[in-house]
Design a protein. Structure first.
Length: 221
């Protein structure tokens, strides 16, 4: 009798990409403060143009805004980035310099962000303050964060029957949701089709002079 060779095949899921998500504690109260601060500056400042097509993009000084510092939101971002760095480095204690740069985004109907990544950074992410209305059936992708498969040659040949190779992942905004992903990962924001407003904070982080203190007993982050 022929042996069933199919039962002996082992498949290992390699080259996975870590994407973290967190519901920020006390997000309802925190987002009221952040929303007011962002809309105030939108009314006062012209904003900058980067990957945004339409909408409003603040300067990159959000971590210095008094509302961000006093509300504790900046500390939350730092804590989350430290946690991710420690997990990826498999270090329970470490020291070094964490640099964070953040900015605000306001999207209204017809605006979007083109496909891009964030060179020179380690982790990037977004926190949603106002998600907008997605109730209309044709709006199910509107305003979603789209994360693209980073493997460049993935679509060179189509697998019979199809597969999820090369598929993009879309994350629908939720108020209070924080998403963090590797800065090299290409992403975009689908065109926002709602008559409501989508408000978010994006950020980049990088870490220098990393020192693993897990085995030395030294104090660190």
């Amino acid at each position: 009798m022929e042996k069933n060779i199919g039962s002996q095949i082992e498949i290992a899921p390699m080259f996975s990409t870590p994407v973290a998500r967190l519901k920020v504690p006390n997000a309802d109260e925190l987002n009221l403060v952040l929303e007011a601060a962002i809309l105030k500056r939108e009314a006062q400042q012209g904003g900058v143009h980067k990957t945004n097509i339409g909408g409003w993009h603040s300067d990159f000084d959000l971590m210095e805004w008094p509302e961000v510092v006093e509300s504790g939101f900046g500390r939350i971002l730092r804590d989350v980035c430290h946690q991710l760095i420690g997990r990826q480095a498999k270090a329970s204690r470490f020291s070094g310099q964490l640099d964070l740069t953040a900015w605000a985004n306001v999207n209204r109907k017809g605006t979007y962000n083109i496909r891009h990544n964030h060179p020179g950074s380690l982790w990037s992410g977004v926190h949603y303050i106002q998600a907008g209305d997605y109730s209309a059936e044709n709006n199910n992708r509107a305003g979603c964060l789209q994360l693209d498969d980073p493997r460049g040659s993935i679509n060179m040949y189509t697998h019979p029957g199809g597969s999820n190779f090369g598929a993009s992942f879309r994350i629908k905004p939720e108020e209070g949701l924080l998403i963090i992903f590797p800065s090299w990962l290409y992403h975009s924001v689908n065109t926002f089709q709602s008559d409501t407003t989508r408000i978010s904070i994006s950020f980049n982080s990088k870490f220098s002079s990393f020192q693993d203190n897990s085995k030395t007993g030294a104090t660190g982050a």
